[in-house]
Design a protein around this ligand. Structure first.
Ligand code: PLP
Length: 406
């Protein structure tokens, strides 16, 4: 037998979502007449926009026609989509990003992991705590996390986020090589202001650190001072990669498409001291290991940038933001300390003093009939909190919040 990647043995099994599902099923069995509203879902519930569907139908017809057929496409993405992204997501907002800096993907999760191919195995990685669990798990699989002791990986640097710092981490005392930042954050729903993010960019520039900025939820930002792109900060193009997704922006969770920006100015260094552009390495990585997103998905994504598509993005994200605002208001009214729910579809709420996340989860389920996501699943600092999402329907959100406040 072949020797396998030993790092998988260390990777803890993630029970979070299966355990939530199991507890909800057990509750329903015990209380057959009671409805459970899923306020834990991290997936969109609205269908794709008509403009996206139309564009994809046309793309399918093209693939079925001898004259207009497309075979293998560019692994970096079709220029029609890269140009639309550069223009609408960056240039029209006063940010200089070139189409050649943009790499279309099948979604953000893949790129978060795949980027680990271009920085050294020896790089020390910093993660926010709590955060989207994929940053830690990828670091484990790639052998950068060290060993797990009392829930803490020995080689990772944890950027502590809590109620005292408003879930905005402070700069680390120890220099990391790579820092994962995610704003607006999942699970806390907290966004970052330009002046706050500038401190991170300045730190990265001084210390020669790479920031991987996950802005999967940028489309939910409404306040002008809250950052949508790290490239709003001067000099970020020399230190940061930005990862984006159409999943929550335009309901692409079933279709899959996103993109990553690797600016040409961003440099790294080989062990022999020779400099190299990260764009060159990522291009090589993608052309070798990635097939590219499908033509049909990319045509659908391009439709998001038409006038109709752009209006639909605002309408859909406004709808989920409206749900999140209702949740935040109801939770606050009920006396919970709540974060997020503004510029983000997530609300992050603290349970009673001393109660762990699963206890808070059980209380919400038993007392008010809705499920939440235990915050401990996002890191040790998440314990005692729950995440509620604005991704359910307005009707269900209102119903759940009425049960809470009545
Ligand atoms: N980044 C964050 C912070 C997320 O919450 C998610 C999905 O939940 C992703 C990335 C993954 O996005 P995608 O659906 O594009 O893979």
């Amino acid at each position: 037998m072949i020797e396998v990647n030993n790092n998988f043995e260390q990777l803890p099994v993630s029970y979070l979502f299966s355990e939530v599902g199991r507890k909800v099923a057990a509750f329903k069995e015990k209380h057959p007449g009671r409805e459970v509203i899923r306020m834990d879902i991290g997936d969109v519930t609205k269908p794709l926009f008509p403009s996206v569907i139309k564009a994809m139908h046309e793309a399918v017809d093209e693939l079925g026609s001898a004259e207009r057929f497309h075979g293998y496409g560019p692994e970096q993405g079709y220029s029609f989509l890269r140009e639309a992204i550069a223009e609408y997501d960056y240039q029209r907002r006063g940010i200089h990003v070139e189409p050649s800096d943009i790499f279309v993907s099948d979604g953000a999760k893949s790129d978060i992991g795949n980027l680990g191919d271009i920085y050294s195995r020896n790089c020390k990685v910093a993660v926010m705590n709590p955060a989207y669990p994929v940053y830690v798990d990828d670091s484990v699989i790639d052998g950068r996390a060290g060993v797990l002791e009392n829930g803490i990986w020995s080689n990772l640097i944890y950027l502590k986020c809590d109620a005292n710092n408003g879930f905005l981490p402070e700069l680390p005392d120890v220099r990391p090589d790579v820092i994962f930042l995610c704003f607006p954050n999942n699970p806390t729903g907290v966004g970052i202001s330009k002046s706050q993010l500038k401190e991170w960019v300045d730190f990265a520039r001084e210390q020669g650190v790479l920031i991987i900025f996950d802005s999967a939820y940028e489309a939910f930002v409404r306040e002008p001072n809250i950052v949508r792109s790290i490239y709003e900060i001067d000099g970020a193009e020399e230190v940061a990669i930005e990862i984006r997704s159409f999943s929550k922006t335009a309901g692409f969770t079933g279709l899959r498409c996103g993109y990553t920006v690797v600016p040409r100015q961003l440099k790294g260094v080989y062990a022999d001291g020779k400099e190299v552009a990260l764009n060159t390495l990522w291009n090589r990585r993608q052309t070798t290991k990635f097939n590219g997103a499908s033509y049909v998905a990319q045509k659908g994504a391009a439709a998001i940038y038409t006038p109709e598509g752009r209006a639909d993005v605002i309408k859909a994200t406004d709808y989920y933001l409206g749900n999140a605002a209702l949740i935040r208001q109801a939770m606050t009214e009920k006396g919970f300390l709540a974060f997020g729910g503004e510029n983000s579809p997530y609300v992050w709420a603290k349970g009673a003093e001393g109660a762990d996340s699963w206890k808070v989860f059980e209380e919400m389920l038993n007392n008010f009939g809705f499920s939440t996501t235990p915050g401990s699943g996002f890191g040790s600092q998440g314990d005692g909190y729950i995440r509620l999402t604005g991704f359910n329907s307005r009707e269900n959100t209102e119903k759940a919040m009425r049960k809470l406040t009545e």
